[in-house]
Design a protein around this ligand. Sequence first.
Ligand code: 5GP
Ligand code: MG
Length: 204
Amino acid sequence: PRSTLDRSSAASDVYKRQDYVYNLNLTISESQIRKCVERLARLIQADYKGEPLLVVGALNGSFVFLADLIRHLHLPIQVDFIKVSSYDAALKSSGDVRLHHGVRTPVAQKNILVVEDIVDTGFTADFIRKYFENEGAASVRICTLLDKPSRRLTSVTAEYVGFEVPDQFLVGYGLDYNQQYRELRAIYSLEGVVDSGGRVTEEI
Ligand code: 5GP
Ligand code: MG
């Protein structure tokens, strides 16, 4: 049966959910993302010049970005994932980063490209970079779709940055709020959560 929900365009990304109504503002469109991913892939390809690369996605938020990025990379790549957590609550970052699982692929002597959805305080990126350096990687670089430099609490910088964004909570294109909205094709700022009567139940 044909779905009444057409999710094929950014405009119809936003649809009514049963649990609550919310305020989402389009921040970065699908076409802006596509151009950005192509630009980043060109930069990465030019830098690695045909050398083998281990692309490591930082779960969960990077999976959509990584899937698009690797399909523009004409390099001999391997892909693996790492899961760390720096969040004790849904939205607040803490310096307490824990490794949930590392990569299975051997990393010694390899060029590692860490793919992140967003670098916020930088605790996560800093932890992952040091982790791979300690594991004997030949080189470690970070590619992040989004960068919130105003929130940085570490000295970490990403070698490849898609968009610099202001201090807003963003969802879509892999980024979640409470594991929701990852499937949205564009990126939206989440202003708050309201109930069906329009009462704000959560300020973000
Ligand atoms: P950091 O360790 O740099 O503070 O945080 C990195 C992680 O925090 C990201 O991988 C992401 O999961 C989460 N995060 C930071 N800012 C945002 C945001 O605006 N939206 C979402 N959905 N997650 C964010
Ligand atoms: Mg997250």
